[in-house]
Design a protein around this ligand. Sequence first.
Ligand code: BES
Ligand code: MN
Ligand code: ZN
Length: 504
Amino acid sequence: MSGDVRLEAKRGTLEETRADLGIVYRFKGEATASGPIGGRIAGRLIEVATEDRFEGRPGSHLLWHAPPADGFGCRRYMLLGLGRKEDLTLERFRRYLGDALVSADRFGAADVAVPLIDAGAAPFPERDAALAVAEGILLGTYRFDRYRSEPRPGRRYLRQVQVMAGDASTRDVAAGLSLGEKTSAATNFARDLVNEPAGVLTPQRVAEIARETAAEAKLGVKVMEPEDLRRMGMGGILGVGQGSHNPPRLIQVEYRPEGKPARRVALIGKGLTFDSGGLSLKTSEAMETMKCDMAGSAAVLAALRALPELGPRVEVIGLMGMAENMPGGGAIRPGDVLRIMNGKTVEVRNTDAEGRLVLADVLSYASTFKGLDEAIDLATLTGAMVVALGPMAAGVTGNDRDLVDAVVRSASRSGEAMWPMPLYSEYMEHLRSDVADIKNTGIRWGGAITAALFLKEFVRPGLRWAHIDIAGPAFGDKDYSYMKKGGSGVGVRTLIRYLTDVAA
Ligand code: BES
Ligand code: MN
Ligand code: ZN
């Protein structure tokens, strides 16, 4: 596996430090370099930029080997184009910086010096800038190389990054870097879980990992096995799991703050370790990446793992509904009726609409908790949401406008793309069944909305609930810069931000 990268906040300018590589920012259309660079090196690099016609196009690089006679502290400098100053956001900055470090790793830089970014449309607060530096580096250099003989460039050589703070408070910068280390480690942990092949990562294996994680992070943990699920009347999760040789699990992980919590929140994750569709079998192509169907549960475990170190004053109960959706002699059939924990019966029309059957039980279970203020679920629930928002963004809906807005706000602050979606109750008529209380599929149109309406049937009235459909961004089929091909860890940063903001 890739090694760890150490981040260090340092007073002073780039010119004042030694490293294998120093990064120098250049905005398009500006005659100077940006950030705490130092006059002599900035001047020299601007000459280099002019000579080589480097204009500062967003994300472009230019490498310059410093002649030893010039007496600069770094052996090489890289000009990093940031585009037009007024267009720069911290999210874009994260991407450009992540890519720059991957290319630095390609030529073997172990020790890199990076100036704190100091200007977009408005100057970024130092702590947020430092957070973006850390996330850009640590998320951008992530690789899943466990099964490769040769690791890919990312952090083969990279070991240390000095973040040059100029005369900013190194305390603020160090605090931002440290937060970024935590959010990135959590996100990369979720990515590892999603990228792990489904033949390895079975519901039982996830339960073991949850136990180990809980022991390390000092979280409470409880694993419910099939007998327990039967006793509790969870016909949804059991039904979905019954076609597989890898039986289902419901995993409960808990974080309790010191002192009286300001709020009690349940985080619920869809955890289909593989979704073949069941008897309503998917096409080969649609199945290729369905190991990602547990991404919601991965985000829940990853966020919980980060909480003890961050210490927000909110009690959090993580619930991961783990099952494998397979066809087989014992599998549920279209037409079967399942009884969910809250007593409602469901006619299974399509065994590929399995996530909502699992979540129905988990939401019913969460609804029995005393004193719970709100529940937030994350699920790779519908292809329809991918059609609606494309592969980059998650859709957010729920039964409480304020909660939905708060989640979307936290997403936006953390750099994750999430957008509100409606929940038109008129479409409930599409879920009417001839034999049971409700059926598990509606009509083709508005599939993301009918899926969410289905879930709402299992949320106790009065419990504030938000639903995040991450089917689009959970798994990339190409690199979107620091969002790497494969598991993205989407949701982790939003959840951490939300939980630390509500109980600040
Ligand atoms: N896990 C899928 C949804 C999905 C699609 C996730 C693409 C990630 C990428 C889900 O279980 C599913 O199969 N949904 C069906 C529902 C339909 C049968 C009503 C879908 O969206 O096609
Ligand atoms: Mn499915
Ligand atoms: Zn699924």
